[in-house]
Design a protein around this ligand. Sequence first.
Ligand code: TRP
Length: 451
Amino acid sequence: MIDKQSLHGEWSSRFAFILAATGSAVGLGNIWKFPYIAGENGGSAFVMVYVVCVVLMGIPIMMAETMLGRRAKQNPVATMQTLTKEAGADTRWQYLAWMGMVAGFLILSYYSVIAGWASAYTLKAVMGDFFGSDAQKTSVMFAEFISSPIRLIFWHSFFMLATMIIVSKGIRNGLERAVQMLMPVLFVMMFLLVGYAMTTSGYSQGLHFLFSPDFSKITGKVVLTAIGQAFFSLGLGMGTMMIYGAYLPKNVSIAKSTIIVASADTIVALLAGIAIFPIVFANGLQPDSGPGLVFETLPIAFGNMTGGWLFGVLFFIMLVVAALTSSIALIEPAVAWLIESKEMTRDQACVRAGLVAWVLGFVTVLSFNRWADVHFFGQTLFELIDALTANIMLPAGGFAIAIFAGWMMKQPHTEQELALPTMQYKIWKVLISYVAPAGVFLIFLHVVGVL
Ligand code: TRP
């Protein structure tokens, strides 16, 4: 039989849960994705909407998702089955968990490709390739790098293998310790890069681009992208927080922990923006140049600052590790489900799940070179997978979680799990029952053109 014991083992402390959840939240989404989609969506307009989404929808839904997991203490599918029974709700609520697992595979498939880029750039940093870089050099370097499918597949395979090895060891062994070291170092690196950005001629322009309010640029697309990014960056809507919640001891405050995680996640994303946009403007790069943005800007910083070789190496190692602590979070729900329901060992489950995501990843690899001209609805296949998951599946998952927690579960049960003072519970209840679902719903209507 399977090792159910270890699956339902618990985080060793509240701190361990916060670290693991922060590890899931902080990743490529903050450092790679946030800057480039902020750049594509008008900078400050996007940043404002993003922060509002994190507070009004992200945090309440993060609390709800964690709460569902902790109440049932199983994989997301079984969790939803148990909770629908307890609440006397329709059993079809479990499709929420199924959709989440599919979203997890789709996200991981491209996540691993991009994390592969970061791995390759770690090697470039070690080789001193960034020395004396300017915008011209880094742009050519990046374009040349993504042009080879074989090279991208190599690094994608490298990263996926690393993910599988860690997940096969179980979430707690090694992971807890790795994240413990990573987070402080990553913070220091971000501040260091901000320090460099302050010395460039683009600093005030960068800050202006990110923070001076410009309501005229807020469009339906900007809002939807910001909601999608909030879910993506916090790691919500697909079961990660459910499974991490399932490992959470009963006496830990869900509200406090999730607020800490969401704050850390938002701070890292903002720091990444503050580090990157001054370099963009100082070097005449385009803020909306897309997924290559980080790879075209930061090497300029490392190539020109004192100690740049060391910091460059450290930074890209951090980025890869931050990506690893997220990729394991993306696949853990499916792995837990395979172990519990299909009676597989953890190793078997890892190999199966990893292979699926690995093969799917080829689509992303090719969409940056051979299939770069293949467009559906004006988007490359990578952009489509990204939009489908971040802008549709995650918000839909979050919407369902909000409705389930706010309307289906019995109030005494949610009160008991959250254990909040009355006033704070009421605020959560209003946000989760009305504000969060209405926000997501209105945006969807807008996008399909009803509004
Ligand atoms: N939040 C992670 C990142 O930035 C990615 C991630 C981990 C994720 N778990 C998730 C995204 C669950 C969506 C859903 O980079």
